[in-house]
Each structure stands twice: as structure tokens, then as C-alpha cells.
Design a protein around this ligand. Structure first.
Ligand SMILES: Nc1nc2c(c(=O)[nH]1)N[C@H]1C(S)=C(S)[C@@H](COP(=O)(O)O)O[C@H]1N2
Ligand SMILES: [Mo]
Length: 575
């Protein structure tokens, strides 16, 4: 390859670059599917970005894109990669080697991202390496196809005999050659397009010696480039799809089915929910959040596929007897059912990151007692399969509340996205300091010695859930008939319990709402109130008081560093 490439028009060079980049990513996906899904360059780079993103940006992303934040990130990475690849294509016009060098640099970036993941495996350098090599090769082939024929070659390489060359090998038929269609005379030649098999013949019959007029010698070969691009796009697409399908081996559907068969009945079953726990008001969050509707917040771009047969939980650090539990060990322990509402610290006032479920699991406090927590330990640093960590105060877990190593959620084996096979659930603490999904390790330690994932990113080390309330009906901006309207929502103050909810319209008097029944202090509580609304616009606000006597503050605070405060209020129009 040489400066010939400079005669390839810019658009074509850019297109060749994008195609080479797509081949690189597609092949990398294929190799990742064969090895580890998490080592795909897009996933690895995305994961590295998630970990290095300032907390404020993460907040913004969650707020703006909600649960699509991961999809948006992946799309963003692919778009940026495409732009860079187009740039490499342009650089390759001067020297294809420069473009190849650029692809190599990206391969190295992908390798670094993949091997520095906390859950990386020994083969994780492969997808980026092989992908970059395939991309570089594709770039060379595309430029070879696109670049004008050189004077030194009186027999242009575009002849049927080139079927043996790697550059055209992907082409089943020489009929796609641009030279044939352009030259009316070639139609008479026996060796061309009509015969798909010619490529296999070492010396095709009637080999044309003068296929092109001199004027054509420096013409850029648009058709040849475009067929190459089409083949490249096909390779990229097939690689990506196959890789993703293969990557499903990390899929835990079968493993979850097996666990469903062996899941024991609870030793201590929860009492049936009080009949009045759910007010069954249209638009009001149901008391039990169905698993498929349960919010999901985590840093995992690919849900970790953890095999319960090889899963263990190591408990070590400041303990008298380090233990390592298998999944079977865990299921042999007494299993407890508990209704617990999870809340994310990132939830804005009035936001959606809160959900209530009935969990089944082993008591974390009992397991820790068997290991024997040493004096001075005040933190449990739990580690998930993908390296994420959370720091939970020891005293909270040991104070008698139903802190669980949960294996089931609402009567179903823990869904993969919610931590299969085992996660922590600790009533009263925000998820980031308690609810480790795919948990594999608990290090008993001290807050002044270890720092968990979000704490290193500026969030509080300790984070009890703040007393909060939310209006579910009507919705912000709704139009309601004037006159009597039902206002309803949920309120939570986990492990303290909600004692009162009050509603205010247009800054007037606070009126007490009706409270639904609850199974205990660890769940949210539905509330409702009927209000006579005069025609016109109204602002409706809500506040809760917990069983410790604390009433929500009107002071507005953002989620960082330890949970949002302020009243949830909505504007509606009556009439
Ligand atoms: N492994 C792992 N566990 C995790 C997280 C995470 O990023 N990784 N996020 C935590 C946070 S911030 C919350 S709010 C809860 C959310 O649990 P859910 O997705 O099951 O609703 O999981 C917690 N457990
Ligand atoms: Mo969270």
C-alpha cells in the first residue's frame, strides 16, 4: 500500500474506514461470544466509562435516560467509534499503514479496558486483539479494491484470475466487477460475469489482456469498493449477531429453572399481606411491585451470568472463622420471608427508583455470627461478581432486622437482573450501601480502612433511607374533573415505619390522608385522600411523618450525597 490511496476520494476512504471499524467490532463481538461477553470492546470500554464517570454525570444520565441509560451509552460508543473509524479511513488515504496503526491503538484501548475489569478472565484480551487485526485487514483489502489501478500493471488486478487473491476471495462471482458492466465489449467474453466458477480456474479462458483503456487506469473503482463495503458490513453484522447469540451461554435461564425446582419452602413464612395493604386505586403503585416492573439500578452493562453450581460466598476479614458457603449450603439454612421496600439513593423526590417485594433468603446476621465478627469491625464490604462493592454498617445488619442473603423475589427465583443467584437485602438502607446483587464475597472490615464503590465517588459512606412520600394519582399535568378527586400515593420510612401522611393543596392547610395497612415497618405504605378541587389550576403537595416522629423537611436537596429531600408536589388542572 502506498500513496495510491490518496486518489481514493474522501467519502470512499471514510466509508472504508467505517466498514473496517465495523468489521473490527463485529469480529470482536464474535470472539467475545466465544470467550467472555464482558470482554467485548464496546462492553468493556462502556464499563470503564461507567466506573470513571463523575457521580454528577451518572445522576444526570439516570435522570435523563432512565433505565435506557445503558443503551444510550452503547449507542454513543458505537457512534463515536464510527466517527473515529471514518477519520482513520481518511488518514489511510495517505498511507494505509497509518489507518492500520490507528486501529491497533483502538485494539489496545479495548484490551486495556477488558483486562482491567474486576471480573476479567485470562482470555479477555482476545476480542479486541482479533477484532483490531480483522479491522486492519479489512482496511487493507478495501483500499486495495478502491484504489486506482497503477500504470505498472498492464493487466489490472481486477481480472477474473484475482479470485485467488484475498481481496476478492469474498466475492462469489466476478460478475460484480465494475470493468465488465462498463465495457460493452466484455459481454462477448466467455470468461466474465456469466460464469460464477471462473474464479476457481487458475487460468480462465480467454483472459482479456487489454481490459481497460489508458484513461481508466487512474479511475477510482467505486463499484469494487462498494461491493467490498457490502461484504464488510455483512461480516460485521454476522459477527455481532453470532457473538451475541453465543454470549447467551452466560444466560442463566436454565440455571434459574433448576433452582426453581430445588427452592425450599420458607422455614419462617411471612404472614399473608393484610387485606388492606393495597387500596387498589387506579394509577396507584400496587403494594407489591411485580418483578418485571421493579426498577433496576446497577453499573453492569452485561448482566453477570452467575452459575449457582459454582457460586460461593466467602466471608473473611475481621472474623474468627472465615467461611465459604455454597449455594446448597445456603439453601440448607433456615429461609425467611420478608416484605422489604428497596430504594435507590439516586431517586429524585417523586422519582421511580423504589419498589416493594417479598424476599426469601437466609439471615445474614446468623451467617455472620457463625463466622464470628471481631471487635472493632464496623463495616461489611460486600463484593459482587462484577467487582462492584457496597459498605454496610455491621450494627444495622446485626440489630435484628431482616437483613437477608436473598434467593427469591415475589415467589420467583431471583431474576438475573436483580442479582441471581444471591443478593443482599437490608431494610432501611439505600441500595448502594446494602443491596449487593450477584454477591460473592463479604469482607468484615472497618469504615476507616475500606471504601465502597460509590463512596469513592463522593456519596456518603452511611446512608439510611430518608422518610419520603410520593403522589401517584393524579399525575403531574393531569386534567381532572372539578369537584371531588382522589389523591393517592405511597410513603416510606423503612424500618421506622410511616405514621402519618398529609396532603396540602395550593399552600393551604395540611390534611391527614387515610393510610393503608402494612405488614411491618420495612415496606412502603399506600395512602389516599379525597379532595374537592375548584375549577382551575392547583398545586398538590405531600409529606410523611415516620414512627420516630420525624416529619419530612420541605428543604429541597438533590440525591447526592445521601438522598434527596423536599416535598413531592404536582400541578393539575380541574374542570
Ligand atoms: N452488583 C451490584 N449490586 C448492586 C448495584 C450495582 O451497581 N452492582 N447497585 C445497587 C443499587 S445503587 C441499588 S439502588 C440496588 C437496586 O436493586 P435492583 O436493581 O434490584 O432494584 O442494587 C444495588 N446493588
Ligand atoms: Mo441505588
Amino acid at each position: 500500500m502506498n500513496a495510491n490511496g490518496a486518489r481514493v476520494p474522501a467519502w470512499a476512504a471514510g466509508l472504508a474506514g467505517v466498514t473496517a471499524g465495523a468489521v473490527a467490532l463485529g469480529v470482536a463481538e464474535l470472539v467475545a461470544g466465544l470467550t467472555t461477553a464482558g470482554a467485548s470492546p464496546v462492553v468493556a470500554v462502556g464499563g470503564a466509562m461507567v466506573d470513571r464517570t463523575p457521580a454528577a454525570v451518572k445522576e444526570w444520565a439516570i435522570r435523563t435516560f432512565g433505565e435506557n441509560d445503558k443503551t444510550i451509552l452503547v449507542i454513543g460508543i458505537v457512534v463515536v467509534a464510527a466517527l473515529i473509524a471514518a477519520g482513520l479511513g481518511l488518514v489511510a488515504r495517505w498511507r494505509v499503514g497509518y489507518g492500520m496503526a490507528g486501529l491497533a491503538v483502538f485494539g489496545v484501548v479495548g484490551i486495556i479496558a477488558a483486562v482491567s475489569r474486576p471480573d476479567s478472565g485470562p482470555l479477555d484480551f482476545l476480542p479486541s486483539m482479533i477484532g483490531a487485526a480483522a479491522g486492519a485487514w479489512a482496511l487493507v483489502l478495501l483500499f486495495r479494491r478502491a484504489e486506482p489501478s497503477s500504470r505498472a500493471e498492464p493487466h489490472p488486478r481486477a481480472e477474473p484470475s484475482t479470485g485467488a487473491e484475498p481481496s476478492t476471495g469474498a466475492e462469489p462471482s466476478t460478475g460484480a466487477e465494475p470493468s465488465t458492466g462498463a465495457e460493452p465489449s466484455t459481454g462477448a467474453e466467455p470468461s466474465t460475469g456469466a460464469e460464477p466458477s471462473t474464479g476457481a480456474e487458475p487460468h480462465p479462458r480467454g483472459e482479456p489482456t487489454i481490459r481497460r483503456a489508458g484513461a481508466d487506469l487512474h479511475t477510482f473503482d467505486r463499484r469494487k469498493l462498494l461491493t467490498g463495503v457490502a461484504v464488510g458490513a455483512g461480516v460485521a453484522g454476522a459477527g455481532a449477531v453470532t457473538g451475541r447469540l453465543l454470549g447467551r451461554r452466560g444466560d442463566v435461564t436454565m440455571a434459574r429453572r433448576d433452582v426453581a425446582r430445588m427452592l425450599p419452602r420458607p422455614t419462617i413464612a411471612a404472614k399473608p399481606l393484610p387485606a388492606g395493604a393495597d387500596l387498589h386505586i387506579r394509577g396507584l403503585s400496587p403494594f407489591v411491585t411485580p418483578n418485571y416492573e421493579f426498577y433496576r439500578v446497577d453499573t453492569a452493562l452485561v448482566v453477570p451470568g452467575v452459575d449457582p453450581r459454582s457460586w460461593t460466598l466467602k466471608i473473611h476479614g475481621m472474623v474468627d472463622r472465615p467461611v465459604e458457603l455454597t449455594f446448597a449450603d445456603l439453601l440448607r439454612r433456615p429461609l425467611v420471608e420478608a416484605d422489604v421496600t428497596l430504594t435507590c439513593v439516586s431517586n429524585d423526590v417523586g422519582g421511580p427508583y423504589v419498589g416493594n417485594a417479598r424476599w426469601l433468603g437466609a439471615r445474614l446476621a446468623d451467617v455472620l455470627r457463625e463466622a464470628g465478627i471481631r471487635r472493632g469491625a464496623d463495616m461489611l464490604l460486600s463484593v459482587s461478581r462484577d467487582g462492584w462493592t457496597s459498605g454496610t454498617p455491621v450494627d444495622v445488619v446485626m440489630d435484628g432486622r431482616e437483613a437477608l442473603l436473598a434467593v427469591a423475589m415475589n415467589g420467583e427465583v431471583l431474576p438475573a437482573a436483580h442479582g441471581f443467584p444471591v443478593r443482599q437485602v437490608v431494610p432501611g438502607l439505600y441500595g448502594y450501601v446494602s443491596a449487593t446483587k450477584w454477591v460473592t464475597e463479604i469482607k468484615v472490615t472497618r469504615f476507616d480502612e475500606d471504601t465502597a464503590y460509590w463512596t469513592t465517588r463522593g456519596w456518603s459512606a452511611r446512608a439510611p433511607i430518608k422518610t419520603e412520600s410520593r403522589i401517584d394519582v393524579p399525575r403531574e399535568g393531569d386534567r381532572v374533573p372539578a369537584g371531588r378527586t382522589i389523591v393517592a400515593g405511597v410513603a416510606w420510612a423503612q424500618h421506622r415505619g410511616v405514621d402519618a401522611v398529609e396532603v396540602q393543596v395550593d399552600g393551604g392547610e395540611w390534611r391527614r390522608a387515610r393510610l393503608a395497612e402494612v405488614p411491618g415497618p420495612d415496606t412502603w405504605r399506600q395512602w389516599s385522600i379525597d379532595w374537592d378541587l375548584a375549577p382551575g389550576g392547583h398545586t398538590i403537595a405531600v409529606r410523611a411523618t415516620d414512627a420516630a416522629g420525624y416529619t419530612q423537611t420541605p428543604n429541597v436537596a438533590p440525591p447526592a450525597p445521601d438522598g434527596a429531600t423536599g416535598y413531592h408536589s404536582i400541578m393539575v388542572r380541574a374542570g
